[in-house]
Design a protein around this ligand. Structure first.
Ligand code: ARG
Length: 461
């Protein structure tokens, strides 16, 4: 007898090359826990509607648990002859229960089964990622607290722009990861619609109770259209986009710190535990973790591209092409989860080189914009104030000095009657103190933001 669940209509055996080509067990075996969970809910439902007896359903549930334990213990022998995880589990059930095992697939197709399993898997993956993102936020907020009094140069175009408090800087990343958590939560909401019961594509003539299964598996709704179900991979594209966004945030941060760890910048001291050396140059301490974090973003974005192209042009309903979705899904998840797991301790253990930063903080006219705002506050039209300060900066560049080094008359000329007042805005510390607006780098604002984050991230138990 054929081992295949679909062997009935075939007389010839499958070519071995075809078995190797079409198998997915090497990849989808990691769905086994979710396949068992969904199978158990399906069995209980079949008993509820009278397609199994209560006793039969109990035996199936218990045996599925045992199969799960076996797989966990490495006792299941996986073979490409059994294609995928669904077939392996069903075959193991039949091996144990005989004809009773042959009843579980009643009113179920691998088409609705696989997508139910994947949804259950992605739900768990989202919960894991939320925890990892939380830990990364805790690390950034911790650094904001530890380094909050340090003044950093803020950059646009990677040119010195305006001074910012280090607290403000670290909290910017907490914000990005908060949006990532929100996106994942949205994705979870939208995907939480039960596919099981759509069967192959058209539903079933058997009296199933999908609402019962929905409750068992914690879905919010039952999918309305069975044809849509077996082709729907929207949520995977959404999920892997969300992963790509996280990877992009991480890659920007990684690039920034690769630059900050150079001799030229020398702003951060990376922990030895998160760097590696050179096999030939004895002095090297390389930021490999950051570089790989930057590089792995390419892999995640590649997975997103792979899914988009995979789905493009597929007619309704299930097509075997869709089996290719899981390689991209798992790889994108593993990659991002791996990056987040090292990012949190790396951030927590990295210290700013305060002396180096302070020694150069007055370079680059970080206070010029605050001076311009001082002139505006004194009554100058914005464009005039801009031009005036631009000229003062040019004067400084010619003289090789800072704005604060210019003679008092230069300021009196720029702001008649208020020369001394605007001069008091010069220097990065004074510039920082002058900030006022909501969400700005003003010390009071940054304190408020920091307190908000600390209250938000502290577990409220
Ligand atoms: N391994 C398959 C997949 O991942 C399961 C669904 C197979 N369905 C089928 N009609 N051959 O897509």
């Amino acid at each position: 007898m054929s081992q295949k669940t679909w062997g009935g209509r075939f007389t010839g055996a499958t070519d071995r090359r075809v078995e190797a080509f079409t198998e997915s067990i090497t990849i989808d075996r990691r769905l086994y826990r979710h396949d068992i969970l969904a199978g158990q809910a399906h069995a209980r439902m079949l008993a509820e509607v009278g397609l199994l007896t209560a006793g039969e359903a109990d035996r199936i549930v218990v045996t599925l648990d045992k199969i799960g334990t076996d797989i966990e213990a490495g006792k299941m022998e996986f073979t490409i002859a059994l294609e995928d995880i669904h077939t392996h589990i069903e075959r193991a059930l039949i091996a144990d229960l005989g004809d009773l095992g042959r009843k579980l697939h009643t009113a179920r197709s691998r088409n609705d089964q696989v997508i139910t399993d994947v949804k259950l898997w992605v739900r768990d993956a989202i919960d894991d990622l939320d925890g990892l993102l939380h830990d990364v936020q805790v690390a950034f907020v911790g650094s904001a607290e530890r380094e909050k009094d340090v003044i950093l140069p803020g950059y646009t175009h990677l040119q010195r722009a305006q001074p910012v408090l280090a607290g403000h800087y670290f909290l910017a990343y907490a914000e990005k990861f908060e949006r990532d958590r929100g996106r994942l939560a949205d994705c979870r909401k939208r995907l939480n619609v039960l596919p099981l019961g759509a069967a192959a594509l058209a539903g079933t003539s058997l009296p199933i109770d999908r609402e019962f299964v929905r409750k068992q598996l914690g879905f919010d709704e039952v999918a309305r259209n069975s044809l849509d179900v077996s082709s729907d991979r929207d949520f995977l594209v959404e999920f892997v986009f969300d992963l790509s966004m996280i990877a992009l945030h991480l890659s920007g941060w990684a690039e920034e710190w690769v630059i900050w760890s150079t001799t030229e910048f020398n702003f951060v001291e990376l922990p030895d535990a998160f760097c590696t050396g050179s096999s030939i140059m004895p002095h090297k301490k390389n930021p490999d973790v950051l570089e790989l974090t930057r590089g792995k973003a390419g892999r995640v974005i590649g997975a997103l591209q792979q899914l988009l192209v995979l789905i493009k042009g597929l007619p309704l309903a299930y097509n075997r092409d869709l089996q290719e979705d899981k390689a991209a899904l798992f790889d994108a998840f593993d990659t991002v989860a791996g990056c987040l797991a090292v990012a949190a301790p790396l951030v927590a253990q990295t210290k700013l080189r305060r002396a180096v930063i302070a020694a150069r903080i007055e370079d680059g006219f970080l206070d010029a914009t605050t001076l311009m705002e001082g002139l505006i506050a004194h009554g100058a039209p914005m464009r005039t104030a801009h031009e005036t300060v631009g000229k003062l900066v040019r004067r400084c560049e010619e003289a090789g000095c800072r704005l604060a080094d210019l003679p008092a008359e230069a300021f009196e000329e720029a702001a008649p009657g208020a020369g001394d007042a605007v001069r008091k805005l010069l220097g990065t510390a004074n510039a920082i103190a002058a900030f006022k607006s909501y969400g700005s780098t003003a010390p009071r604002e940054v304190e408020k933001q920091l307190a908000w984050w600390q209250a938000k991230l502290t577990p409220s138990t």
